[in-house]
Ligand binder design. Structure first.
Ligand code: NAD
Length: 379
């Protein structure tokens, strides 16, 4: 038996941020990054909280791939300020850091357990506004730690398209490919079900149709809204059924090589599909469940899929074409790495990727050697 529940209330549509107008007489702790504050987006939040007996405090020290130390600093402020509401506005880094701050603060001071959590994403990528995950980085050991607990689920998510207009093309590409990876990994997860498939299929269709438009014209609000929704839908899908080795390897390589999360996922996406589908040597009768699912995804995305092999190949070609349109690097070399850097890290990468929580739901459990081969091929 499995239970499916959706705890996060989601606000969408024009003026979704106006939900904040309903907050009255609360102590609000706002977590964000310096860019979001400087750009005036934090002011969009505070202007809706003013003159209603609210008190607020802003913490804007979040950096990409938030380190443990930043989380600890935020916990300290929570303990001093004692907020009743925590609002995280920013990309996955700000929201994940705030999730971890809330969790640790409540562990230290259980009386703060009723603190409400509102997530306002300003990138369309991680889906963290609806997930029970938070990824925190140990900068000393170059490791990303995914925290997983239902306690991390936001109470509310506000998807306001105007906030993602300013995302520059490179970050639009990186974060959009993160969405695609979430949806595809959830679709072939060993726990996938009809509900998660519905979210994942829709997310993939929206990314294929609208991500290139967002990349070409950030002010295309129709496309921006579709991709923002795709991000959330993919988050709902993987939160239900988990991810796979694309993310396990990306967590380790991203922290080791300092490559943005979505870009690292994009590099791995087609090699991992090829590995999971395991087409080599397979006859028509012996296609794996994952191979059939990839072909099904091609079919529902309107790509040629006369049989399983054709479906998988057209999915791979379409993803490669998308990456070209988004001008994404196609190798670790193009990301500026030296070959020796990659080779010397292979053993540690495979070791850590196998231990990563995402590996358990991958359709095929790899060996150390197989992971090393996937990563080596990326150079
Ligand atoms: P991010 O939050 O690190 O932000 C990347 C950059 O984009 C930052 O410089 C930020 O200031 C800028 N930015 C954010 N919004 C902007 C806007 N509207 N306009 C212009 N610039 C803007 O990037 P991200 O990809 O959203 O998050 C990545 C983090 O999330 C990683 O740490 C990754 O491991 C984690 N992650 C978490 C989950 C989860 O479920 N919790 C899932 C995937 C990834």
């Amino acid at each position: 038996m499995e239970e499916i529940s959706f705890r996060t209330k989601i606000f969408i549509g024009e003026h979704a941020l106006d939900r904040l107008n309903q907050i009255i007489a609360e102590r609000i702790f706002i977590v964000t990054d310096p860019y979001i504050e400087k750009s005036g987006m934090t002011a969009e939040v505070t202007s809706r909280l003013q003159s209603k007996d609210n008190e607020y405090q802003i913490f804007s020290d979040i950096v990409p791939d938030p380190p443990i130390e930043t989380v600890a600093a935020g916990v300290k402020v929570i303990q001093e300020f004692n907020p009743s509401v925590l609002i995280a506005i920013g990309g996955g880094s700000a929201i994940d850091a705030a999730k971890a701050m809330k969790d640790f603060a409540i562990r230290l001071s259980p009386q703060q357990k009723d603190m409400k959590f509102i997530a306002i994403p300003t990138t369309s990528g991680t889906g963290t506004e609806v997930t029970s995950f938070s990824v925190i980085t140990d900068e000393v050991n170059h490791v990303k730690h995914p925290l997983v607990s239902d306690a991390l689920l936001p109470d509310e998510a506000i998807l306001d398209t105007h906030l993602v207009k300013s995302v520059p093309p490179t970050i639009t590409a990186d974060t959009g490919m993160d969405v695609l990876t979430h949806a595809i990994e959830a679709y072939v997860s060993t726990k996938a079900n009809d509900f998660s498939d519905a979210f994942a299929e829709k997310a993939v269709q929206l990314i294929f149709d609208y991500l290139p438009r967002c990349y070409k014209d950030g002010n295309d609000l129709v496309a921006r809204e579709k991709v923002h929704h795709a991000s959330c839908l993919a988050g709902l899908a993987f939160n239900m059924v988990g991810l796979g080795i694309n993310h396990s390897i990306a967590h380790v390589c991203g922290a080791q090589f300092h490559i943005p999360h979505g870009r690292m996922n994009a590099l791995l996406l087609t090699p991992v599909i090829e590995y999971n589908a395991g087409l080599q040597g397979l006859t028509h009768q012996s296609f794996s469940a994952a191979a059939k699912k990839y072909a099904q995804l091609a079919r529902v995305s309107g790509l040629p899929a006369a049989n399983v092999r054709v479906g998988i190949n057209s999915l791979i070609q379409h993803i490669n074409q998308l990456k070209r349109e988004l001008r994404m690097p196609t190798s670790l070399r193009a990301c500026g790495l030296k070959k020796e850097q990659v080779i010397s890290a292979l053993a540690a990468i495979s070791e850590a990727a196998l231990k990563d929580g995402c590996t358990a739901t991958n359709p095929r459990i790899p060996t150390n050697k197989e992971i090393e081969t996937i990563v080596e091929r990326l150079y």
